[in-house]
Design a binder for this molecule. Structure first.
Ligand SMILES: [Zn+2]
Length: 622
């Protein structure tokens, strides 16, 4: 099928790997949750984001840097990155469905950025207008290269999406400055927030300018050597405690670790340096086994927005930043392309439908920054009582969410020498290497996926379909990578039907996860469920699932949520806890006789669309 080096209109276009990605517009997602997310992203989230670029100061700050505005800098030192992520979202949206307003936003932004950029190529509105004497002098927390990385990714997106090269020209001037200073100029500085590494590799892929790749390599190789000054958060926070080839577990600020991993695998894909893939896969296996929420979320600690210790996975205090879910999907996508292994697509699916999807309200106008697995009744530390908000002072998440949703088509399928691999099941059309494949499905509500070949070359080729780890494979015998292979000389009109087991299932935590001991969660297909107070007859905190509980899937249309499949479970309602005395006793207190009740669960990604009531993913077993 398609060769590497073909032009990919998508976030990632590696020159090698086991699998080759498709363009954002090679896949039309027509319905299902992903189609719905793309629709609300276009109709509600992106318009809201564009409005916020002005109101939050992101665009006015750049006018100040260009010497055109009045007033003073507003927001964080990384405020520019909000605009860059918004630009990337708009570029992929333009690639999917061209729009004059999108093109105008990109052109106007590129012109503004060009005017704001210094003659030497430097561009950061905070440092230019607030701290010009500190440019590149406080990299441990300046986010200057982090912002540059998001600029590079936006510029790559605009160029690949057919939105001209004006943004790319700005990006290259800045990248050239970074090369002159940090690669050939002898400065060993590294940004405290990894991100520029993966972006530099992509800029290299687009431009074939090798110094961008070499700078990415130097930045990755030098992390962990104590070259980053202490930001006050310690070396683990910025993954500067050990060289990447020696670190065996994910630590510190979760988003930084995960973006760093994306850059490491990108470097492997372009250089073939096996030691990079090996260390990254080692940390992936450790992270999956010991530091991953059932939703795919990462970061157990509010303190430092950080990974915790192994098995430190508290449901109520888990941080699970929306950006961490996005960065994890980026990393897993690179590992999937590098190795062809379905376990990475499995984690993408888990993260996409749960930790990531929960970040956005059903109408696309409010967002979570933090995605815990439990909300208590007396939540008091957060002025918003743990509910989604329209925007944030630190707004890293909303535009990041938008850029992933607008590019979702890129993550559905890939090609290799044998044929076409489908990793995520969405209704619509997949076009790849002379093949047009129609996909009909009601996934994830239903497990049946029907593929119909609309056009195909006359030769034999293989359709590879991921068999998720959660699905009993039935008649399908997946290969070692987790894919069922159907090899034929496919003709137009040929069909294949995949049936995945959508029986609801009870999931138990590893015994070492202390915070979850004695609890269970409910899953169905790729969806993790939660219990919201709105669906219960009794106080959630008095409910416990009975041993051997029967789980019943019930299709419903709920106010505020829309279409869903709820799960009803046999439960007991326990007497309310005594109001006085210590909550400890020598005799068991947690197994009093209860009265039969029903506990009703809703998909986690649909929570917080009704009231601000109690929610929990993990519920006690009676
Ligand atoms: Zn974020």
């Amino acid at each position: 099928m398609s060769e590497f080096g073909d032009r990919v209109r998508g976030p990632l276009a590696p020159s090698a790997g086991a699998q080759r990605p498709l363009s954002v517009d090679d896949v039309d997602i027509e319905g299902g949750p992903l189609g719905r997310w793309q629709r609300i992203n276009r109709d509600a989230s992106i318009p809201l984001g564009l409005d916020r670029m002005e109101r939050s100061g992101a665009v006015p700050n750049l006018r100040l840097a260009a010497g055109e505005g009045s007033g003073s800098f507003r927001g964080y030192r990384f405020q520019d990155s909000d605009l860059y992520k918004q630009l990337e979202a708009v570029a992929w949206e333009h690639c999917r469905q061209p729009g004059d307003a999108y093109r105008a936003f990109i052109d106007e932004s590129a012109a503004l950025l060009s005017r704001a950029q210094r003659p030497d190529g430097y561009l950061n509105s905070h440092y230019q207008t607030v701290k010009p004497d500190k440019i590149f002098a406080e990299l441990e927390y300046s986010h200057e290269m982090y912002c540059a990385g998001h600029l590079f990714q936006a510029a790559v997106a605009a160029a690949r999406a057919g939105c001209g090269d004006a943004l790319l020209a700005v990006a290259r001037r800045f990248a050239d400055l970074l090369v002159n200073r940090f690669l050939t100029g002898g400065d060993d500085g590294i940004d405290g927030h990894a991100e520029v590494e993966t972006a530099l590799v992509e800029l290299y892929r687009l431009t074939q300018e090798r110094s961008y790749l070499e700078l990415a390599r130097k930045l990755v190789d030098n992390r962990g050597k104590g070259l980053i000054a202490d930001s006050g958060m310690g070396p683990l926070y910025a993954q500067d405690h050990l060289p990447v080839r020696e670190a065996d577990t994910a630590v510190g600020h979760a988003v930084r670790q995960l973006y760093l991993e994306a850059g490491i695998v990108d470097l492997y894909l372009e250089t073939g340096d096996e030691s990079l893939l090996e260390c990254s896969v080692g940390r992936w296996e450790d992270m999956v086994a010991t530091k991953t929420s059932i939703t795919g979320g990462h970061g157990s600690r509010h303190d430092g927005e950080a990974f915790g210790e192994r098995y430190e996975l508290p449901p109520d205090r888990s941080y699970n930043e929306s950006c961490a879910a996005i960065a994890s999907i980026h990393w897993n996508w690179r590992l999937l392309l590098a190795t062809g292994q379905g376990r990475y697509a499995d984690l993408i699916e888990r993260t996409l439908y749960n930790a990531f999807a929960a970040s956005t309200s059903a109408d696309g106008t409010r967002f979570f920054y933090v995605n815990p697995l439990q909300r208590r009744a007396d939540l008091f530390e957060d002025a918003y009582l743990g509910r989604r908000r329209e925007w944030f002072a630190c707004a890293c998440c909303p535009p990041n969410i938008m850029r992933l949703v607008s590019s979702l088509g890129h993550y559905v399928a890939t090609t290799d020498a044998e044929g076409l691999s489908v990793h995520q099941y969405v209704p619509g059309i997949i076009r790849a290497g002379g093949v047009t494949l129609a996909v009909e499905t009601d996934y994830p509500w239903d497990g049946r996926v029907r593929f119909t070949v609309r056009s195909a070359p006359g030769t034999e080729w293989t359709l590879k379909l991921r068999v998720p780890a959660w699905s009993a494979s039935g008649e399908l015998i997946p290969n070692a990578d987790g894919y069922a292979e159907i090899r034929r000389a496919w003709k137009p009109g040929d069909t294949y039907v995949l049936d995945l087991d959508m029986s609801p299932r009870l999931t138990l935590p590893h015994r070492r996860i202390d915070a979850l001991r004695g609890c269970a969660a409910i899953e169905r297909g790729p969806l993790v469920y939660c219990f919201e107070q709105a669906d219960q007859d009794a106080d959630i905190e008095d409910l416990a699932l009975t041993p051997g509980t029967r789980l019943r899937a019930v299709e419903r249309d709920l106010p505020g949520i829309g279409r869903t499949v709820q799960i009803e479970a046999d439960a007991v309602r326990l007497p309310a806890a005594p109001p006085h005395g210590l909550p400890y006793a020598t005799a068991p207190t947690d197994l009093p006789a209860g009265t039969p009740a029903t506990a009703t669960a809703v998909p986690y990604h649909q929570w917080d669309n009704r009231d601000g009531g109690v929610m929990r993913v993990w519920i006690p077993l009676a």
